[in-house]
Design a protein around this ligand. Sequence first.
Ligand SMILES: C[S@@+](CC[C@H](N)C(=O)[O-])C[C@H]1O[C@@H](n2cnc3c(N)ncnc32)[C@H](O)[C@@H]1O
Length: 269
Amino acid sequence: MSDSSYVHGYSTTESQRLSDQANTLSHLLHHDSVFRPAGLVLEAGCGTGAQTVIVAPQNPQCHFVSIDVAEDSLVKAEESIKKKQIQNVRFQVADVFDLPFNDESFDHIFICFLLEHLQERTGALASLKRVLKKGGTITVIEGDHGSAYYYPRSSAAQATIQCLIDVQAAMGGDSLIGRQLYPLLITAGFGDISVSPRMVYADASRPEMVDGFTRKTFIAMVEGVREQAINSGLITEADWNKGITDLYRSAGADGTFCYTFFKAVGKKL
Ligand SMILES: C[S@@+](CC[C@H](N)C(=O)[O-])C[C@H]1O[C@@H](n2cnc3c(N)ncnc32)[C@H](O)[C@@H]1O
């Protein structure tokens, strides 16, 4: 996958954003990311390992094979686990649509923020199901940009969020994916599915959430599509600048911001 086909790109800024996102959301998304029974876990689309460094140490009973199509990201991921002396992870370059593993090789599958970037979401889930053992589990975590609401309300700010949704859709992705996890897993043939919404809420009484989520995760993600949005004529530069200024107001002293992630767990019956 090249920079041009992945909406957020592979820059150092994006790598930092993924790390801020994972650290801020660590408890909310992963307090229950515990894989039982012990076994082999396939993490697909691990990127720079921002989730890997949280989930792998939480599961010392498991060994992880963490894959991504972006070799450069895996180099960063490898450095990250070495620094933290994590020993139960092996990284490998691989495409989720062409997995170099035998049928039923893994006890658990774990994916986070991957499906939203793929055109063939059911196809990816079917490919992952092939390498999962019968009785094995799949855990899928995705956001849903339609779930963002904030104070003060602003149609200009909403227009910049819509740009992110539209730019990602034009690249074949779907950032309104969280709400679709249940039907996607059903269509892919998984059973025993349970979906839990995980809401992030930030106001000035939670400064770490305002900084880690509102500013450094969400607004940083919207700001990342500035050039694409303006160059493709989705928005004028002036409207973009007003929208971003308004979005930052939701991170101000009297601002609030709300967003919902969705975590689904299913089984290969
Ligand atoms: C938003 S990043 C998420 C990375 C990581 N899971 C995290 O939460 O920090 C999406 C990742 O999916 C990877 N990816 C996209 N298409 C892929 C494919 N077909 N097979 C494997 N990885 C893929 C991208 O290279 C990127 O690293």
